[in-house]
Design a protein around this ligand. Structure first.
Ligand code: M6R
Length: 617
């Protein structure tokens, strides 16, 4: 989704901004732009549709060099207005205020009408332009760019992360956020802003994470922050543990493939210091966890996309292992419903980024709605310094490491591992899990990295199978129990990166409608673990097969699916349990979608229309 980089330094700022934009490319965007305040104290702008390299060409072709030491830059993912140069940020008002913006100003039509009446000219279709005009208007009777921006933001409704510069107040960048993330990078080379610390890791590891409503006045050697009430505040400088090198493909053709192969290590990292040889450490969920978990009577999971699919598996486990009634809903629906909130509910948000607007807003909404009730919140998240971790009482970090491919892979399997750990401790708190059961689950979790390595060896076979999808437009995924959730994740991966229409169904539901979709051009991918529903699944496979569909069955070796005409059986490792099976069966589905996309020639790491972190509604 949109990305912001800005900075003020002793040297030409342009290379820093361009490098930062490149680091944000993974988030998804369709145009990019930069403004610097040049030596002649004039705003100098370049914008281009498409990739940052196009912007670099534009900069080279410019008559006036972009030689300023202060500037802001942006990658835009279109919301209001098509992807085009005129809609790309930064926007400039009357040669004197330039802004970059992430988020959506919901009352922009209202503001636009007033500003037009006041004589302001709009040169784009974006909501962002009202920000520049509003600041410009207030600048006329303000003493500083800071003061003008403070006044302007009071008129905005919606979500924003904003960077502003002006020749009227050179030497200052104003940065403010509400609902969209923004960090300040501190270094002896200058001070910088970004919507994601990844953009600045080549320059600094020291960051200030702005809180909701904060506004910062940034100069070459100072950062002054005011909270939403205008009080000057101190915010801690935190040193990031991320390394800039972690954001590289390390010899793989795509980030997605690298991240698929990183899963054994990612899972080891998730488990580290969270388990002993035969038990799960409750303290891994925070010092308040024991009290909260013991008093939990209901669980409500809220998440989006892949994280939602992980939550679906979690629901099965929490009910099966901990015997606690668990509901799950996509955040974009939950936030606008009037759900019945019961006392002693634990709300669990799951998110790779920790910045997904729907999930974050659903959490904020439920906290408001449940005032006076005894509820608690836990987030399972991959980003330590994120809005979700700040909004939640308990945090469990997945430790997957940075995930750059838009299609989530290692974040998903580490979310599953986290949910497995939670199910065990929750079960223990409710006296539903015996020592032997716990030891068995821990043993399974410990074996996962090895099992995944073994499964990854099937890549060549899956590459061959992917050829089946070369000319296909539809595919169906089926599974039962937790495998339905895994089928959903498989279908999501395939549609995201290969653009093949893919749907997932509980196998038993086929006969109630979806079976009408089956024909020889619609491959069916089935997941067959060796569990108590195996015989039921075998009957479902017969139903599909007798309708002439091509089928691929990923089976537990012990499931011994009878081969049928048009069916390819891919045995995975055997002896999988209720926790290990969903995690292991995810791997071939990830590889399948990757290789189908490769054959289709799509942009695997940045598929069309998608963003890594969806920070708008
Ligand atoms: O960062 P989050 O986990 O909150 O993101 C939620 C979804 O946007 C995300 O999982 C999306 O569905 C992925 N692109 C799936 O691969």
């Amino acid at each position: 989704m949109c990305g912001i980089v800005g900075g003020i330094s002793k040297k030409n700022i342009t290379p820093v901004l361009i490098n930062g934009l490149k680091k944000l490319e993974y988030r998804g965007y369709d145009s990019a732009g930069i403004v610097t305040l040049c030596k002649n104290n004039k705003l100098n702008r370049a914008r281009a549709v498409g990739k940052v390299v196009n912007l670099e060409k534009r900069i080279k072709d410019k008559k006036t060099p972009m030689d300023g030491t202060i500037g802001i830059a942006h990658t835009r993912w279109a919301t209001h207005g098509e992807p085009s140069s005129r809609n790309a940020h930064p926007h400039i008002c009357n040669h004197s205020v330039s802004v970059v913006h992430n988020g959506i100003i919901e009352n922009f039509l209202e503001l636009k009408a007033t500003q037009e009446a006041d004589g302001y000219i709009f040169t784009s279709d974006t909501d962002t332009e009202v920000i520049g005009h509003a600041i410009h208007q207030y600048l006329q009777d303000s003493e500083s760019l800071l003061e003008a921006t403070q006044k302007a933001i009071l008129t905005f409704k919606g979500a924003y992360g904003i960077g502003v510069i002006s020749p009227k107040d050179p030497g200052h960048i104003i940065a403010t956020r509400s609902g969209s993330p923004l960090v300040i990078g501190i270094s002896n080379k200058g001070n910088f802003i970004a919507s994601d610390q990844m953009a600045l890791l080549d320059i600094t590891k020291d960051f200030i994470y702005l809180l909701e409503g904060d506004i910062a006045d940034i100069t070459l050697d100072s950062v002054t922050i005011y909270d939403k009430d205008g009080n000057q505040v101190e915010r801690e400088i935190k040193t990031s543990k991320l390394k800039s090198g972690q954001v590289s493909k390390r010899g793989y053709d795509h980030y997605m493939l690298k991240e698929i192969f990183e899963q054994p290590q990612a899972i080891r990292d998730t488990l580290e210091s969270r388990i002993t040889k035969d038990s799960v450490l409750l303290s891994a969920f925070g010092y308040k966890a024991e009290d909260i978990f013991k008093n939990t009577k209901h669980i409500q999971i809220i998440a989006c996309g892949t994280s939602y699919n992980a939550g679906l598996v979690g629901k099965y486990w929490l009910e099966d292992i901990a015997k606690i009634s668990t509901h799950i809903e996509v955040a974009s629906e939950y936030r606008y419903r009037n759900p019945i909130i019961l006392d002693n509910t634990l709300f669990i948000t799951i998110s790779q980024s920790g910045e997904t607007a729907d999930t974050l807003e659903a959490l904020k909404a439920l906290k408001k709605r449940s005032k006076g009730k005894n509820i608690h919140t836990l987030t399972i998240c991959n980003s330590a310094e994120s809005s979700l971790t700040r909004e939640s009482e308990l945090t469990f970090l997945t430790h997957a490491g940075p995930e750059i491919g838009v299609a989530s892979t290692k974040a998903f399997t580490t979310q599953l591992v986290s949910l497995a750990l939670l199910s065990v401790v929750m079960g223990r708190c409710h006296k539903q899990v015996s020592k032997q059961q716990e030891a068995k689950i821990v043993d399974g979790l410990n074996r996962l990295p090895g099992l995944i390595k073994q499964t990854l060896k099937q890549e060549d076979q899956i590459k061959e199978l992917a050829k089946t999808f070369k000319d296909k437009f539809n595919a169906l995924f089926i599974g039962r129990g937790t495998m339905h959730a895994i089928a959903m994740e498989g279908a999501l991966k395939l549609k995201e990166i290969s653009y093949i229409h893919a749907e997932a169904f509980p196998a038993g539901e086929l006969k109630h409608g979806p079976i009408a979709l089956i024909d020889k051009d619609t491959p069916v991918i089935a997941i067959a673990p060796n569990d108590r529903l195996l015989d039921k699944l075998k009957s479902n496979l017969q139903e599909v097969n007798s309708r002439g569909s091509q089928m691929i069955v990923f089976e537990d070796e012990a499931a011994k699916i009878t081969p049928m005409k048009g069916m390819t059986i891919v045995p995975t490792t055997t002896d999988l349990g209720r926790i290990t099976a969903p995690i292991i069966f995810t791997i071939p589905l990830q590889l399948l979608s990757y290789h189908v996309a490769l054959i289709k020639g799509t942009n695997i790491d940045q598929p069309r229309n998608l963003a890594k972190s969806v920070t708008v509604e």
